[in-house]
Design a protein around this ligand. Structure first.
Ligand SMILES: [Zn+2]
Length: 171
């Protein structure tokens, strides 16, 4: 397989870039892609072939930031793009509402409860919406520790099946 020849046959446009980025996994949760997580925000291809990718990390200071930047760059370079810019967009901050429905199913099947959608108002959801157990679906769950193994996750225990599980925190 000669990647260079493939790139010549297939001009780099935004749709092709989005396809390539859909294969780039989130380094922190490798079962979902950066596109599914809503981390890749925008793709633009200039007339000279320069590809600009805008990304918003799940939280600023995310340790995987440089890994994500490199993997995005490599994926776009693999298409034969003339040049690649990866721009960090921190405003608006990343929202867990941007996680796609497909990714929510994958997270749940993995045993990581997806964050409830909050429509921009995180405060309301923290008080009224309990995390649902990914194993039995029960919402009779108890928050054990708001800081799980990463800043993005909280640890709960299910009151029905007694199993501990992690929830991706609504942000
Ligand atoms: Zn349960």
């Amino acid at each position: 397989m000669d990647m260079q020849n493939e790139a010549v046959n297939q001009p780099v446009n935004a749709a092709v870039v989005w396809q390539a980025l859909a294969e780039v996994k989130d380094p922190e949760i490798p079962l979902v892609s950066l596109v599914e997580m809503g981390i890749v925000r925008d793709v633009a291809v200039a007339e000279d072939g320069t590809v600009t990718v805008q990304m918003t990390p799940t939280f600023s200071g995310c340790p995987a930031l440089e890994v994500m930047r490199r993997e995005i760059t490599e994926a776009v370079q693999g298409l034969g793009a003339a040049a690649v810019n990866v721009e960090m967009v921190l405003n608006p901050p990343w929202s867990s509402d941007w996680i796609s429905d497909e990714a929510r199913v994958k997270l749940n099947n993995f045993g990581l409860a997806p964050p409830p959608r909050h429509g921009g108002n995180v405060q309301t959801i923290l008080f009224w919406d309990a995390a649902a157990c990914p194993r039995c679906g029960s919402t009779r769950t108890t928050l054990q520790n708001s800081f799980g193994p990463t800043l993005c996750r909280a640890i709960y225990t299910c009151n029905d099946c007694q199993e501990p599980f992690e929830q991706f925190k609504p942000l």
